[in-house]
Design a protein around this ligand. Structure first.
Ligand SMILES: [Zn+2]
Ligand SMILES: [Zn+2]
Length: 338
């Protein structure tokens, strides 16, 4: 049987069939196309500009490691202005299977940090909030309130990024979200009938609202599978274990559902993300008119009276402990306005 040749270069045998475009690619052309897509995303949506100080959120998974690798490589090649500062950081949630502990490739991040001159810092929920994710989960669960560990992690991690961003003086925070993550987010927003959440969805940095550090997702147009192949061949460690909490996370099921749908419609992930982006644009314009308030407990920006972190802490009976931690850190006044 004759081996098909790469449809891009025509010189080397193809190793990868990209169903969404019908291309058959050799590894060299696949890697170049992935890098081009990421660079195109950064330039087209002006994600990283001269003078930016960009945080890179490292979960330890292949996506965030690939992101750090690519950003470092692009800056060294001058494809991203050399004046741009990168600072990588990880957040340790503090449960036994903490995403950080489990997938941490501390030595590899250190290697990238040295290779590309990107400082790397580790933060913990404990130092930021005075409690760990496990503390909160146990208190909630013992009160019969069933909130998923991933939800607790998510709420706290989003806040942590803002705190870290302000501490480090970051202008943006880059995360490793890929096309699959983004397609899942669109569906999850639809399934939970949450139109408002689309105002946060899109390719451009979130509207620069006071107190929020804009997030950017340079990998959002690259399929997870292609990132995995890229990572594998570039010596970037792939995660071996799944987080034990993931199995009843709605995203986990969606992964398989999307894969099934994709067989009939190879472009479904791109379609979902484009749809989400169009809707996001409309919703973001609307959201500009919604004035942000300050949480009456911690003073962080929120659309309601009480922010999601304080709501969670309060339901867990940990609000006082949390607020006194913030006072010790001098993040709120001793005379708290509550
Ligand atoms: Zn080729
Ligand atoms: Zn609050």
């Amino acid at each position: 049987m004759e081996v098909p040749m790469c449809t891009r270069c025509g010189k080397r045998p193809a190793n990868y069939y990209r169903e969404s475009s019908g291309e058959k690619l050799c590894l060299g052309c696949l890697f170049r196309s992935i890098e081009d897509t990421v660079l195109w995303t950064i330039r087209r949506y002006r994600l990283i500009n001269d003078g930016d100080r960009v945080g890179i959120a490292i979960s330890g998974g292949k996506d965030s490691l690939t992101l750090m690798y690519l950003l470092g490589k692009f800056r060294r090649q001058g494809k991203i202005p050399r004046s741009v500062e990168f600072i990588a950081f990880s957040i340790n949630e503090g449960h036994p299977y903490s995403c950080f502990y489990r997938m941490s490739r501390g030595d590899y991040v250190q290697k990238l940090s040295e290779e590309f001159n990107i400082p790397y810092k580790i933060y913990t929920f404990k130092e930021l909030f005075g409690v760990t994710a496990t503390d909160i989960a146990h208190e909630l669960w013992s009160r019969g309130i069933n909130i998923h560990m991933c939800t607790i992690d998510g709420v706290l991690r989003r806040r942590a990024m803002n705190i870290i961003g302000r501490q480090l003086g970051l202008t943006k925070i880059a995360t490793g979200h890929n096309l699959d993550d983004e397609a899942q987010t669109v569906l999850l927003n639809v399934f939970s009938n949450d139109l408002d959440r689309f105002s946060w969805f899109g390719p451009t940095p979130e509207v620069d609202r006071e107190g929020f550090i804009p997030r950017i997702k340079p990998l959002r147009f690259v399929r997870e599978e292609e990132i995995a192949i890229y990572a594998y061949y570039h010596g970037i460690p792939l995660m071996e274990l799944e987080c034990p909490f993931v199995y009843n996370n709605p995203r986990y099921e969606l992964k398989f559902t999307l894969a099934r749908w994709e067989r009939d419609n190879p472009n479904i992930k791109h379609s979902l993300v484009s749809f989400g982006d169009s809707l996001g644009k409309i919703m973001a314009e609307r959201a500009v008119n919604v004035s942000l308030r300050r949480c009456k407990y911690c003073g962080e920006p929120t659309s309601k009276d009480v922010c999601r972190v304080c709501e969670l802490m309060s339901r867990a009976g940990l609000l006082e402990r949390y607020l006194s931690h913030l006072r010790t850190l001098k993040l709120i006044d001793t005379q708290s306005p509550s």
